[in-house]
Write a protein that binds this ligand. Structure first.
Ligand code: NAD
Length: 244
């Protein structure tokens, strides 16, 4: 990461009135949660898109359940990192209006952000795929039948799986906030998952992209790109701004 880019981002944040942050799985890897696009990190070498969809749930619930039990257990004891803390500090300072996230891990809220728009739901709550009744984590992990309707192999995390619709309220709010933002900071996303990857197109303000690797086409979509890790970049920018 180049020092002049960090300085420029600090200047953008200081000058902006309405910052919206849009995060992806790469914003959580420094907390110890793997993202989806780093092949080495794939659970059992299976592409998550092949398990994280309703068809796969119906076809092979034991595999689906094992995959999500693994992911549910992975968020236990995971704590926000420096980048999450900086975003929470920027919200307290009145800089960050809201965080729109594709992440389901709840780490932005754990760091202290009050206004988090969860586009893909949360892996910290659970429901029945058939009757929509809410259930607790212990019942999901136990793999039992639904206590509300009795359906078997239907309990699931309250997340948005591939091929499913985004929650309308969250999607509309995200669009409104991004359209009204004078600075959009996108952090740790391959920008491959639709429709969330359309959000940067909606912003009329300045747009900055922080990612560990170059994502093709990002130079046309953003004012500039900072190649680096979320926690390191945000920590350095916060320091330039005189934050602790
Ligand atoms: P992705 O896995 O497709 O892409 C992550 C991007 O982040 C990659 O380009 C990677 O190079 C980059 N990255 C990795 N570590 C980084 C770091 N420390 N700092 C900056 N960038 C880093 O993620 P996506 O675009 O969010 O799409 C994946 C989908 O999977 C989403 O729908 C999301 O809901 C879900 N998911 C969520 C979590 C989570 O909640 N923690 C984890 C995995 C996947």
């Amino acid at each position: 990461m180049k020092n002049e880019d960090l300085q420029l981002l600090a200047q953008y944040v200081e000058q902006a009135q309405r910052v919206v942050v849009f995060t992806g799985a790469g914003c959580s890897t420094e907390a110890g949660l793997p993202d989806f696009r780093s092949p080495g990190g794939w659970w059992k070498q299976i592409n998550p898109e092949e398990i994280a969809n309703p068809g796969a749930m119906a076809a092979n619930y034991p595999l689906f359940h094992e995959f999500y039990s693994h992911r549910v257990n992975a968020v236990h004891g995971v704590a926000p990192h420096r980048g999450h803390e900086v975003l929470a500090a920027w919200e307290r300072l009145g800089k960050v209006r809201c965080v729109v996230t594709q992440n389901v891990d709840g780490l932005h809220q754990a760091a202290g952000n009050q206004d988090v728009v969860e586009l893909h739901g949360t892996i910290r709550r659970f429901r029945c795929h058939q009757c929509q009744g809410e259930v607790g984590e212990a019942l999901f992990l136990a793999g039992v039948e639904c206590p509300h309707c009795g359906a078997t192999e239907k309990l699931r995390p309250n997340i948005v799986m591939f091929t499913e619709m985004l929650p309308q309220e969250a999607w509309l709010r995200a669009g409104e906030e991004v359209r009204a933002a004078d600075l959009l900071i996108v952090i740790g996303s391959s920008l491959k998952v639709s429709p969330a990857n359309q959000l940067p197109n909606m912003c009329q303000g300045k747009k900055v992209f922080i990612n560990a690797e170059y994502v093709s086409g990002c130079e046309t979509l953003f004012d500039f790109f900072i190649e680096g890790r979320a926690g390191e970049v945000l920590g350095a920018v916060h320091e330039i701004m005189g934050g602790e």
